[in-house]
Design a protein around this ligand. Structure first.
Ligand code: 3PG
Length: 305
């Protein structure tokens, strides 16, 4: 059996070593496709793969069709909007993610970006502190919970809106439950986005929500660029010159925003929330273990399709 690790943005070498060990100890073969630059390379590489481990790599219907032996795809990470679940299901391919494995890494970056925005992107001008400021979390999943834990250390007042999470889970974590997304944006100087990209959430954060933020508002996006209505964001930044937008997922109009709003927007050059040795090891090895558990024992605990 062949397990292909296809990562346009590679894991740390130490994580690849760990994945190799899990795969080879199970008696399977590991194939690596790193830093590929065209979808055609992935189509070639999957032709003989029984299992596929990916990150944000796109698994399209074409990829599924090019992989006649494929039995399982594990997205080493949380969001699986890059995998065509319908095509996978139709071909009898199991799709899994590795929830929680890279969430601390993303959460640390969120607080890093919050500090950067509060200190005027380190431009040398006088900024402000996070202590005593309000932080609203849009969703209280694994990343949101880690952000809350770290933000408490900064002395921030944390609240969250998440219709899928019981209020007690939030209160036990010292987080105030909020009833609506409107109240979350209206009442928090900092808002951090942790919702997945789904047909329902795409383009759902736009002008009205962003301009409802208090004076000096900072919107932090470490989730997916697709959840933002970019035209609305642009208008909000134009109308409210006190607002900042910092994101680990650059919008399609990144260059335009950087040029129009210098010092008020920041985008990482490549999504790097989960780009730490620890997150790579955790998510990569979890993915390898899940592949082995499925191929060998039929266990599909983290199945999402
Ligand atoms: C995730 O969904 O797990 C994060 O966005 C990380 O994505 P990455 O593996 O492409 O860095």
């Amino acid at each position: 059996m062949k397990v292909l690790v296809a990562t346009e943005k590679p894991f740390a070498a130490v994580a690849v070593d760990g994945i190799r060990k899990v795969v080879e100890d199970a008696g399977y073969e590991l194939a690596l496709l790193e830093k590929y630059t065209s979808p055609a390379e992935l189509l070639d590489a999957v032709a003989t793969a029984d299992a596929l481990i990916i990150r944000s790599d796109k698994v399209t219907p074409e990829v599924i069709a090019a992989a006649p032996s494929l039995k399982i795809v594990v997205r080493a990470g949380a969001g699986y909007d890059n995998v065509d679940l319908e095509a996978a299901s139709a071909a009898g391919v199991v799709v899994e993610n590795t929830p929680g494995q890279n969430s601390n890494a993303v959460a640390e970056l969120v607080l890093g970006m919050a500090v950067m925005a509060a200190r005027n992107m380190y431009a040398g001008t006088s900024g402000f502190e996070l202590k005593g400021k309000r932080l609203g979390l849009q969703a209280f999943g694994q990343v949101g919970r880690n952000v809350a834990r770290i933000a408490a250390g900064f002395g921030m007042e944390v609240s969250a809106f998440d219709p899928y999470c019981p209020a007690e889970v939030m209160t036990e974590a010292g987080v105030k439950p909020v009833d609506s997304v409107e109240a979350l944006y209206r009442d928090n100087q900092f808002v951090s986005i942790h919702i997945p990209a789904t047909p329902q959430t795409k383009g759902s954060i736009g002008y009205d929500l962003i301009t409802s933020m208090p004076k000096g508002g900072v919107l932090i996006n470490s989730a997916r660029k697709e959840v933002i209505d970019e035209a609305g964001l642009d208008r909000a930044l134009a109308d409210r010159t006190d607002l900042k937008y910092v994101a680990d997922v650059a919008p399609a109009c990144a260059a335009e925003l950087e040029q129009k709003y210098p010092g008020r927007v920041f985008f990482t050059p490549k999504k790097m929330g989960a780009q730490t040795a620890e997150a790579n090891i955790n998510a990569g090895i979890a993915a390898a273990n899940q592949v082995v558990a499925y191929l060998r024992d039929g266990i599909d605990r983290f199945r999402v399709n």
